[in-house]
Design a protein around this ligand. Structure first.
Ligand code: FES
Ligand code: FES
Length: 174
């Protein structure tokens, strides 16, 4: 039976009819066109699919879209504000903390939430805070360097071209 889902995604109210077994990851990527969250493992082990639900990080591969009913979901795309990348995104760019980039959105979303709640972690605490995110390219050192630059207040948010965040329109008849 189809489910009439209502939620907010990156600040945009969304109404869609979904099948109850659809994962939030697929709903975001395929129904809404937000391809930032990635599927690394699909089993809750890698963190590449991390999104915020009401501010808390969740694996969107293990979350049904219907579980986000009424919630505010934030993806990596939604971290941009005032035409600037957020501090973690900017730090990743400046430090070159990406290789293939599959893990990057998950790291960025997770680290944004972690540093919001723990603004002054030790190096060990920081590494534990992002331990649930795996990088197959093993690029952890530049990631940690990037996050230390956020902690040290050394990051200038990078300006990006003004671009309204658009979702795939609601299908006709829904
Ligand atoms: S794809 Fe969700 S945790 Fe790996
Ligand atoms: S940059 Fe390739 S998985 Fe992390």
């Amino acid at each position: 039976m189809d489910y009439p889902l209502q939620l907010t995604v990156n600040g945009i109210p969304v109404k869609r009819i979904v099948e109850p077994q659809v994962r939030l990851l697929d709903f975001l990527r395929e129904d809404l066109g937000l391809t930032g969250a990635k599927e690394g493992c699909g089993t809750g082990d890698c963190g590449a699919c991390t999104v915020l639900i009401d501010g808390d990080p969740h694996h969107s591969c293990l979350t049904l879209a219907v579980e986000a009913e009424g919630a505010a979901v934030t993806t990596v795309e939604g971290l941009v504000s005032d035409d600037r990348l957020n501090e973690v995104q900017s730090a990743f760019v400046s430090a070159g903390a990406t290789q293939c980039g599959i893990c990057t959105p998950g790291f960025v979303v997770m680290a944004t939430a972690y540093l919001r709640d723990n603004p002054n972690p030790t190096d060990d605490e920081l590494r534990m805070g992002i331990a649930g995110n795996l990088c197959r390219c093993t690029g952890y050192e530049t990631i940690v360097t990037a996050l230390h630059s956020v902690i040290d207040g050394k990051v200038e948010r990078i300006e990006v071209a003004p671009e309204p965040l658009e979702l795939v329109p609601e299908p006709e008849g829904e």
